[in-house]
Design a binder for this molecule. Structure first.
Ligand code: SF4
Length: 239
């Protein structure tokens, strides 16, 4: 039986990282769950933890059609290295692309619509049948993530954020201790990596996610929701 968010928080909310993932993946305390990963700058940490517990855990990878080639090759590298057996690559539906973004430039004129077409809607389809999903969001990444909870209700599902309380040092320490390969673009200053047209390097002192949709009034892609169920797309003042 799937536990409520409140019960999960009471029983497991004090845990983090792999200690939290064990009851979720092994114990099934949040029901059937999938892990979502962008195979971005910090993704190796959560993927390694999950694979250590169970390499057969379902992993959803959204290939938007706009990713860096380096992300696609990093995805292949990590899947092989961690022995992940159930990585589900999901892409936008072709009829939707032809109808709503025939020239592939919607990201310039309507980034919210582009994220909906290429991320939110494919994720919604991919999560059908799952009770919950595991996300890699962390509080230190940006001002608008400073209160990310460990467990939360998310559009009828439970979302689990095992790294919510991890600091940048915790992430770096885990990666170093387990000899995890970095995303190839991190060396060039890309500290949060999404689609190529919407990602820029980050300067010293900036929030990790400042390079996403730089110069636009947008900081989230819409796959995360606020407590009142509205898509989390932007928080004024964080870019
Ligand atoms: S991040 Fe940019 S290119 Fe990717 S789906 Fe969103 S708007 Fe489109």
């Amino acid at each position: 039986m799937t536990l409520s968010v409140e019960t999960l928080q009471d029983r497991y909310g004090h845990l983090a990282g792999i200690d939290l993932l064990r009851p979720v993946i092994e114990g099934g305390v949040a029901g059937e769950v999938a892990l979502t990963s962008s195979f971005g700058a910090e993704s190796a940490v959560l993927l390694h933890m999950a694979a250590t517990i169970d390499p057969d855990v379902p992993v959803i990878f959204l290939d938007t059609g706009k990713l860096f080639p380096e992300t696609l090759s990093y995805h292949e590298e990590l899947v092989i290295r961690f022995g992940l057996t159930d990585v589900r690559t999901r892409r936008p539906a072709l009829p939707d692309l032809r109808g709503r973004d025939p020239d592939g430039v919607l990201h310039r004129t309507g980034p919210d619509g582009c994220c909906s077409l290429r991320k939110t809607e494919p994720l919604g389809r991919a999560l059908k049948g799952f009770d919950g999903w595991i996300s890699g969001r962390k509080r230190f990444q940006a001002t608008n993530r400073a209160d990310v909870p460990v467990f939360e209700n998310d559009a009828g599902r439970i979302k689990i954020n095992p790294l919510a309380t991890f600091t940048a040092k915790d992430v770096a320490d885990y990666a170093r201790d387990h000899d995890l390969p970095p995303h190839p673009l991190v060396a060039d200053g890309y500290l949060s990596i999404g689609c190529a047209p919407c990602t820029t390097p980050v300067k010293a002192g900036e929030d990790v996610r400042t390079g996403r949709w730089r110069g636009r009034d947008k900081t989230e892609c819409g796959i995360h929701f606020t407590a009142n169920g509205r898509p989390l797309r932007q928080v004024v003042g964080t870019v």
